[in-house]
Write a new protein. Structure first.
Ligand code: KG4
Ligand code: ZN
Length: 339
C-alpha cells in the first residue's frame, strides 16, 4: 500500500489569508482541506493597502490554520512538513505566514520550505488533474505577473517571455477602475463583457507578432482614450469591456499557441487569477483544438490559495529539499529552476 504524508500550506503574500492540508498518497495528491479568507477591507481603498493586509493576516492566521487542520481531521503532530509562500509578495504580509510556518516547524520538529508564489500557481492544476505531467507550456497570468514558460520538468523551467510593463490581471484591474468597477475587477469585467458587442472600439493588440514578451500598458491607455470619448457611459461600457477583454485574450492566446507549436508541446496550462477567465480558456482551447490539450484549475485554485503552495512545497519537500529557519521573504525574484 502506498504510504501517505500530509503537508500544511500557508499563503499570505497579498490579501488572502489561506491554509490548506495536502495529503499525498504515494505520488497522488488529494486536497484534504482548504481555507481562504479574503480581506474585504481593501475594497474601500481600490487596491491592497500593505499595512492593513499584514494586520489582517496577523489577526486571522491562527484560526485559519486551525480550521484547515480541523477540516482535514488532523492534529499538528500528524503533519510531515510545512510549506509557506516566501515571495514574491508584500514583505509585511509574507512575514506573517513565514513566521507562523517557521514557528510550527521549529515546535514540531518538522521540515519547512519556502515556496515561490508563482510555482504555486503552476502546480495548482495538478491538484485536480494528477495526470498533468511536464513537458508543457504554461501561461501564468496574475495580478502581479504575466509570463510564458516552457515547463521541461517540475522544477525545471525555461522562461519564454514576460510582461514588459503591467501584468494581465493588473490591466483588468486598472481598466476596471476606468470603467467605475470596484477592485479587483477581473471577474466583473468578464461578466460585463458577456453583454457587450465586439468591434465597437478599435483597441491595439500590443506586441502580437513580437516574440513572447507582453505589454499591456498601451492597451490600458487606449481604453483611457475610449473612456474619454464616452466609452464608460452606461450604453457603451459592456462593449468597451468586451473589446478590452478580446484584445488581452488575443495576445495571450496567440503567444501561448505559438509556443506550443514552436516547442512541439502537447499540453498548455493556464495558471494565476486571470486563468479564472472562461473566455480566455475557451479561446485557447478553440485555438489549440486537435493540437494540444488545455489544462486549467477551477477558480478557487487559480486565485491565491494555500493548496497550490502545499502542492509546490510538498513536491519539493518530498524530494528532500527544505529551507532554513533564517529564510527571508522577498518582494520579487525569479522562479527556482528557471533559465
Ligand atoms: O493570482 P491572483 O489571485 O493574485 C496574484 O497573485 O496577483 O490574481 C489576481 C488577479 C486580479 O488582477 C484579478 O482581477 C484577476 O486575477 N482575475 C481575473 C478574473 N478573476 C480574477 N481577470 C480576468 N478575468 C477573471 N475572471
Ligand atoms: Zn497569485
Amino acid at each position: 500500500m502506498a504510504t501517505s504524508s500530509h503537508f500544511l500550506g500557508i499563503e499570505t503574500s497579498c490579501d488572502e489569508t489561506s491554509a490548506a492540508v495536502l495529503r499525498m498518497e504515494g505520488d497522488r495528491p488529494r486536497l484534504a482541506s482548504l481555507v481562504i479568507l479574503s480581506q474585504d477591507i481593501h475594497r474601500v481603498f481600490g487596491g491592497v493597502v500593505p499595512e492593513l493586509a499584514s494586520r489582517e493576516h496577523l489577526r486571522t492566521i491562527g484560526p485559519v490554520v486551525d480550521q484547515a487542520l480541523a477540516d482535514a481531521g488532523l492534529e499538528l503532530s500528524q503533519l510531515d512538513g510545512i510549506a509557506v509562500t516566501a515571495g514574491p509578495g508584500l514583505i509585511g504580509a509574507l512575514l506573517v505566514g513565514l513566521m507562523y510556518g517557521k514557528g510550527l516547524s521549529y515546535a514540531l520538529g518538522k521540515p519547512f520550505i519556502g515556496v515561490h508564489h508563482l510555482e504555486g500557481h503552476l502546480f495548482a492544476p495538478w491538484l485536480e488533474d494528477p495526470s498533468l505531467e511536464p513537458p508543457f507550456i504554461a501561461l501564468l497570468v496574475s495580478g502581479g505577473h504575466t509570463l510564458l514558460l516552457d515547463v521541461e520538468a517540475w522544477g525545471r523551467y525555461h522562461l519564454l517571455g514576460e510582461t514588459l510593463d503591467d501584468a494581465a490581471g493588473e490591466a483588468f484591474d486598472k481598466v476596471g477602475t476606468l470603467l467605475g468597477l470596484p477592485y479587483p475587477a477581473g471577474a466583473l469585467i468578464e461578466r460585463l463583457a458577456t453583454q457587450g458587442r465586439p468591434g465597437r472600439f478599435a483597441l491595439p493588440r500590443p506586441m502580437l507578432r513580437d516574440g513572447y514578451a507582453f505589454s499591456f500598458s498601451g492597451l490600458k491607455t487606449a481604453v483611457l482614450r475610449a473612456v474619454r470619448s464616452g466609452g464608460a457611459e452606461e450604453a457603451h461600457r459592456a462593449d468597451l469591456a468586451r473589446d478590452f477583454q478580446d484584445a488581452v485574450i488575443e495576445v495571450l492566446v496567440e503567444k501561448t499557441a505559438r509556443a506550443v507549436s514552436e516547442l512541439g508541446r502537447e499540453t498548455a496550462v493556464i495558471g494565476g487569477g486571470v486563468a479564472c477567465n472562461r473566455a480566455l480558456a475557451d479561446a485557447l482551447r478553440a485555438r489549440l483544438l486537435g493540437a494540444a490539450r488545455v489544462v486549467v484549475a477551477s477558480p478557487r485554485l487559480n486565485t491565491d490559495n494555500a493548496a497550490m503552495i502545499a502542492a509546490a512545497g510538498g513536491w519539493r519537500l518530498a524530494r528532500g529539499e527544505q529551507s532554513g529557519l533564517d529564510l527571508e521573504p522577498f518582494d520579487s525574484g525569479p522562479l527556482p529552476g528557471i533559465s
